[in-house]
Design a protein around this ligand. Structure first.
Ligand code: 13P
Ligand code: SF4
Length: 304
């Protein structure tokens, strides 16, 4: 029996479903029942009939699935796969901003721990941040933890006053604008599609800025045949399926999220077999407050 067949068999036996983010390895995406960006995956997680979710992604993703589905078993194929940005904010920073601006709303990128979510008023992902921030009645927005996504959202919602934080994704922050420009020099007809977690200089070169699923959807409908991609290389699996006729170029210093690459087929098989690495229920207060920020996101993103 191949690993893929064994995973299929175990899924039936354990009444499990596999969710995977676009940054995971191609073979992991291939065995998943649903592959998507952070918003799609958190929305999916609340609509699944299976009692066990195997979450192929980093810890904030599994934690969010558990917060939205306290009654389900959520298993992580690698318990050490974590997003460094999720930890880049302190309670003191949030409290200080709340004290300074009485009308402040705290908007928290889903790439954050449950604790960070519990200090916040509403969660967002890169797919819905602009739409949600526009709907908030408050004038002052503290956007945590990502400074790059915050700057991008602020540019799209000029009517709000942003208080920035200094978190970032190391993979996107370190992307080189010079390497993107070099690629543009080699492929002048290529369109540049980037993730809003990229630094300011990279964003300035973009023809399109959006979440991983936004980038894939853009490439799908574009008349261009070549694309320069400013996000993690895992998206190439879906991009190549969406546009078999097109070429995709990544910066020479490849943007690779080592944490996402920790998820392997062996890890998926192992947790399915042994029920290992379960996301533990969080305390009542944490569960309620962090869950509320996520549920608010689903409500605000759902209504156009
Ligand atoms: P998306 O929500 O666009 O998939 O992004 C998740 C992420 O971790 C980006 O680094
Ligand atoms: Fe976190 Fe960056 Fe990896 Fe996304 S790519 S999970 S933001 S480290």
């Amino acid at each position: 029996m191949t690993k893929q067949e064994e995973i299929e068999r175990l899924k039936q036996e354990k009444d499990a479903v596999i969710l995977a983010h676009y940054y995971t390895l191609p073979e992991v995406q291939a065995v998943a029942d649903y592959v998507g960006d952070s918003y799609y995956l958190s929305e999916m997680a609340v609509n699944l009939p299976q009692k066990t979710i195997v979450f192929c992604g980093v810890s904030f993703m599994g934690e969010s699935a558990k917060l939205l589905n306290p009654g389900k078993t959520v298993l992580m194929p690698d318990a050490s796969a974590d997003c460094p940005m999720a930890h880049m904010v302190t309670k003191e920073a949030v409290d200080a901003a709340r004290e300074k601006y009485p009308d402040l709303v705290v908007v928290c990128y889903i790439n954050s721990t449950a604790e960070v979510k519990s200090w916040s008023d509403v969660c967002v992902t890169s797919a819905n941040a602009v739409q949600i921030v526009k709907k908030l009645p408050d004038r002052h927005i503290l956007f945590i933890p990502d400074k790059n996504l915050a700057r991008y959202v602020a540019s799209q919602v000029p009517e709000k006053e942003f208080v920035f934080h200094d978190g970032y994704c190391p993979v996107h922050e370190e992307m080189s604008a010079k390497e993107i420009q070099d690629l543009k020099g080699q492929h002048p007809a290529a369109e540049v599609l980037v993730h809003p977690e990229c630094n300011e200089k990279v964003l300035a070169l973009a023809d399109y800025t959006g979440s991983t699923s936004g980038i894939i959807a853009y490439a799908k409908q574009s008349a261009a045949k070549e694309f320069i991609i400013g996000t993690e290389t895992g998206v190439s699996f879906a991009l190549e399926q969406a546009r078999e006729d097109a070429a995709f170029y990544f910066p020479q210093t490849e943007p690779v999220c080592q944490n996402m690459k920790k998820i392997t087929l062996d890890g998926v098989m192992d947790v399915l077999k042994n029920g290992k690495n379960e996301v533990r229920p969080m305390g009542e207060h944490l569960s309620e407050t962090a869950g509320e920020s996520l549920r608010k996101m689903l409500v605000l993103a759902g209504k156009k």
